[in-house]
Ligand binder design. Structure first.
Ligand code: G4P
Length: 190
């Protein structure tokens, strides 16, 4: 999506060859107009897939997921990062390993909000190693719902997330794909 690539060039900061800062328009301060257009673009891509819910992982995924859900006119469900609740029968839970942050955390979903009848589109801001998305898919599948695909704003194509998800049969749609970056330069994938 040209609009997002232009915005990344203008306001994104490649801190080093691994980390892109987009906190002035995506994940700290949010540009609502741009976010709405990005949600509409993801929704347009998956519109014919019979999606019943959009799911995301808190917190930075919420803005793009909400805009996508609005455009598809379906509810948005937030997968929560919560400490383990022992034997809570109302929740599905799974562990996520974050390589970037070198931590483990528990992702939880209330059984009420995604059921076997649902066809779920997962939306997030970044796709990097794909660990969070893989765990989210695992969690959603515990409810016996099906997965329509993954929509992300920014894919760092030099990291293994896309391949990892494609290997599981998940369609990934990324609005901007970064092939390479370094201090003060960003190269997009054709
Ligand atoms: P993975 O989920 O794809 O496996 O990636 P990883 O564990 O490496 O990423 C962990 C967190 O870091 C995620 O946010 C992800 O969105 C974020 N992240 C990954 N690469 C970048 C980057 O280049 N720039 C920025 N700004 N963030 C990046 P999170 O821990 O889920 O936190 P939240 O922001 O959603 O609350």
């Amino acid at each position: 999506m040209k609009l997002l690539e232009e915005k990344i060039k203008q306001d994104g900061v490649a801190v080093n060859k691994h980390i892109l800062k987009v906190d002035s328009f995506i994940n700290h301060q949010v540009d609502p107009g741009l976010m709405q257009e990005m949600g509409q673009e993801i929704a347009g891509h998956f519109r014919e897939k019979g999606i019943t819910k959009v799911a995301t992982i808190e917190s930075s995924g919420i803005s793009p997921a909400l805009m996508t859900a609005l455009a598809l006119n379906v509810p948005m469900v937030i997968l929560k990062k919560q400490p383990s609740k022992i034997l809570n029968q109302d929740l599905y839970q799974t562990v996520v390993t974050s390589f970037t942050k070198e931590t483990n955390y528990e992702l939880t979903l209330s059984k009420k909000y995604i059921t076997a009848d649902d066809h779920v589109l997962l939306v997030d801001d970044f796709l990097a190693n794909g660990e969070a998305a893989t765990a989210a898919i695992r969690l959603i599948r515990m409810s016996h719902a099906t997965i329509a695909g993954l929509g992300v704003l920014i894919e760092k194509s030099f990291q293994p997330g896309h391949e990892k998800l494609a290997a599981q049969g998940i369609e990934v749609y990324a609005l901007a794909r970064i092939a390479k970056m370094g201090e003060n330069y960003i190269e997009f994938q054709e």
